[in-house]
Each structure stands twice: as C-alpha cells, then as structure tokens.
Design a protein around this ligand. Structure first.
Ligand code: ARG
Length: 481
C-alpha cells in the first residue's frame, strides 16, 4: 500500500500512478536530503524556543531527525518512490520513527519555503566547490606563468601573428579571466545567502516564529525580506547558470587553444600521455579528447541558462510548480563544470611547452614590426609615417623570403635613412617584450606584478571559501547537538 500525499485530505480519491510519476521530484531533490533535514532541525528548534509546540514533542522530533541524519550518513535512508518529494519522505520517515508528534514539524512552514531554503543551501555548497576548482586551475596557470616568464611566443589578433608576448603573459590572461568567474560566483553566493524559511506558502505565518533564529542556525546572513518574493523567485538559479555558462565559455576558449596548439601545424605544446587518447584505427594518433569534451560541454551549460531564463519568464506571483524544473539542470551543470575544471588543471600542469617552436614562430612572423615603427618614432618620425615605412619593409621582406632582422643597414636605409645598426638590438623579440612595461603589459616586471595581484586575490577567495565551509560545518554540528 503506497503512502498518501501530505495533502490527501481534500481529495476523495487517490492520485493516478501517472500523476505521481509525472509530478514527483524525488529523483532530483533526494540530492538535497541532508539540507532538508538541517532545515527541519533549525525549524523545530525555533518552534520549541518560541513555544509554538510543546518541548517534549520538539525533543522527540529533534531525536527523530538526528536518527534520519545518521541513516543518511550510513547510506541507510530509504527514499520511498511512492512519495512526491524529499520533504514528504523525511516527514514520513520521522513519523515512522516517533509517531504522530512528527506531524507537528510542519507547523508554520510550507514546502514552498522549504524547497527554496534547501536549494539555496545545496547550491551554497556546490558554489564553494566550483570556486575551489576554479581557484585550483587559476593556481595552475599562475605556476606555469612563473616557470615561463621568459618563454616567448607570438601573440595573436585575428589569429594572425601580432606582437611577441611571454607564456607568462598569455597564461596570466586566463588566470584573470577565471578569477573573475570565481568572483562572480562568490557575488551570486552572497546575494542568495538569505533564508526563505518561514515565508511559508506565500504570505508568512500566523505563528510567532523567529525567522532570524532559523536563518542564523542555517548559516544564512539574514532572513529574506518578503515572503512572496522568497517562494516565487529563482533569480539566484538564473544567476548561477550565467556564472557557470561564462566559466564554461572561458574553458571552451582555453580548450580550443589546447586543441590547435597540440596540432602538428602549431606544435606549441604536447599533452602528457596520461591526459590524451588514441584512435582505434590510426595508430599514430594522440588526441586531445579532454579539451574537446570540455569545449563540448559548454553547450549544456549555456542550455541550462536559456532553460532557466525561459522557465521563469512570465511566472506570476507567487509559487508555481514550474519552479520544480530548476534543480536537475543547475545541479548537473555545476557538477559537470567542477569536473571540467578539475581535469583541466593536470592537463595544463603536465603538458610540455615547446619553447623553441614558440620562439621560432615569434621571430619569423614579423611580430616585431610595431617595434620597428616605435624605433623610427625614437628617431623623430611621426608614428603614422613610420607605420607606412615598416609596411613597405615588410612587403619587401616577404618578396625576398626574409625577416626584418635579416635586412642589412643598407637595405633598411632604402626605406628610411635614419635607420642605423642599433635597430637590430631594438627589434630583437626579447627587447620587444621587455619594453612593454606599461601596467598589464608583457614585460617580466609587469608579469611579476600581475602574479602578485593574482596570488593575493586567490588567497582572499580561499579564505572566504574556508570561512564559509567552516561556518556551515559549525551550523550542522550545532543543529545536531
Ligand atoms: N517539489 C517542489 C519543488 O521543487 C516542492 C514544492 C512543492 N510545493 C507545492 N505546493 N506543490 O518546487
């Protein structure tokens, strides 16, 4: 005999099997069971303190909920799929364990505020995991940058050789992009870190509850301000879906580069055997499948964002069952993103960087043409005019199969008589790099400065993540006391 829904009183007949199957959220919200019980523990302790239910009942409920926590921790908690959702499963199990007093737990709350609270708690933990995974990758890029302050490669614009840069500069660019992704997640975290519990179905409750107490017990910064807002909005889900999409998009660009940098044509890097795969037919192949899969997963992250935006569009106040569709997509997206971030770190830290090949490309691609123009400027020629002179020199070199550094002083003088033998030193790629000493430029002084900034920001975020994880741990321990 299947158990009845929590709301069965008003109904003469039971629900059809197909209705239960279609409306159940248990396959997804079972992932939030720990947080659901923590929310209930906070709620019942508050009901007790505010004298809304008798002490003996509250104590019995607390005892039952603690038993449920140990069942969850031992993998013994059984989800009953004849029930609608995780909240119902927990309440039924509680009543099994302690009898009718279990029915007092739901005083002054609703599943609408419960689910909004549970999901925020679940997401807080996922977000901290994502941020840690991002920061591990940021740390990896900083370490590669530290090792390659003098490794020169061509920087590209429009995928054409542009100016010489260092691997340090190139990889610090990724470190800062990812650092912003981590910051964005933490910003969203702060905004969603308010507690909806006690908003009840939509309008608040007639019981003299203490919402500040439950918010604090669950590690939130404050109760949410408006009960209807609390049960009706999933803007925090949409925001996190954007944060995840942006991070996935950054990862996709990094992956794309790993793919073509490891091609025979580029040969800038060689990935470690451990992080590549072979072909079942072509024995010579060493394929960058990890990078390709990370790039490919961007689709589902962006899909989740579009899904969530459209799912919430036009929803009237306040709770609507559409909102149940928010969990699986974002849970999957955050989990998949954490996996991508986690595997990318060793791909980067173990790959071999082909310094000679990079330098050869930097030296042979006219990446110092801007510097030749800058040289002419030091000789008093206006930049615009210098640009034209260098353009003509480059065209000449291409015709002759030379690079600028190969031209004799006489050949140079054919383009501009102010060019002397000091030009060779001026346009050497190492000099080109070192002269780009403006804030954020590619010189070693600048990249050293950037590394300090990146490391201090990283440490700041690590502190926040540690503090938030510790706060959660303290809350759970206190609730289980
Ligand atoms: N499973 C629901 C959800 O995820 C929980 C809230 C159900 N509330 C209701 N009134 N049916 O949104």
């Amino acid at each position: 005999m299947s158990k009845q829904a929590l709301w069965s009183g008003r109904f003469a007949g039971g629900m059809a099997e197909s209705t239960l199957e279609f409306t159940s959220s248990l396959d997804t919200d079972s992932a939030m069971v720990f947080f659901d019980v923590m929310g209930s523990l906070a709620h019942v302790r508050m009901l007790k303190k505010c004298k809304i239910i008798p002490d003996e009942d509250a104590d019995r409920i607390i005892g039952g909920l603690k038993t449920i926590v140990s069942e969850i921790e031992n993998g013994e908690f059984e989800f009953d799929y004849s029930l609608e959702d995780v909240h119902t499963c927990v309440e039924y199990r509680l009543t099994d364990l302690i009898g009718p007093a279990g029915g007092k737990l739901h005083t002054g709350r609703s599943r609408n505020d419960q689910v909004a609270t549970d999901f925020r708690m679940y997401l807080r933990e996922s977000v901290l995991d994502v941020v840690s995974a991002i920061d591990n990758l940021v740390d990896t890029f900083i370490k590669v940058a530290q090792e390659h302050g003098e490794t020169i490669l061509p920087g590209f614009t429009h995928m054409q050789h542009a100016q010489p840069v260092t691997v340090a500069q190139h990889y610090l660019a990724y470190a800062f992009k990812l650092a912003r992704d981590a910051d964005r997640f933490l910003d969203a975290y702060e905004r969603m870190n308010k507690c909806p519990l006690g908003s009840a179905a939509l309008a608040g409750t007639t019981y003299p509850i203490d919402r500040k107490m439950t918010a604090e017990a669950l590690g939130f910064t404050a109760p949410t301000e408006n009960s209807m807002d609390s049960v009706s909005d999933r803007d925090f889900v949409n925001e996190l879906a954007f944060c995840a999409s942006q991070t996935a998009i950054h990862l996709s660009s990094i992956s794309e580069e790993l793919v073509y940098w490891s091609s025979q044509e580029f040969a800038f890097i060689e990935m470690d055997d451990k992080y590549t795969t072979g072909s079942s037919i072509m024995p010579q192949k060493k394929n960058p499948d990890i990078a390709e899969l990370i790039r490919g997963r961007t689709g589902s992250a962006v899909g989740t964002l579009v899904n969530m935006l459209v799912m919430t569009k036009g929803l009237p106040l306040s709770y609507n069952r559409d909102l149940q569709e928010d969990k699986r997509p974002l849970m999957d997206t955050l989990e998949s993103l954490t996996q991508s971030l986690t595997i990318m770190a060793p791909v980067i830290s173990t790959m071999r960087i082909n310094k000679d090949r990079m330098r050869e490309c930097a030296e042979n691609g006219f990446t110092n043409a801007t510097d030749l123009a800058d040289y002419l400027v030091t000789k008093g020629i206006p930049f615009r005019e210098a640009h034209g002179i260098v353009g003509a020199s480059v065209r000449y070199c291409i015709d002759k199969g030379k690079i600028l550094d190969d031209l004799t002083v006489e050949e140079f003088k054919g383009f501009c008589d102010r060019i002397d033998s000091d030009v060779y030193d001026f346009i050497a790629v190492d000099r080109c790099v070192e002269r780009r000493n403006s804030i954020g430029g590619t010189s070693s002084a600048s990249t050293d400065e950037q590394m300090l900034i990146a490391i201090s920001e990283l440490m700041g975020r690590e502190d926040i993540v540690r503090q938030e994880n510790e706060l959660a741990e303290r809350c759970w321990n206190a609730l289980l006391e």
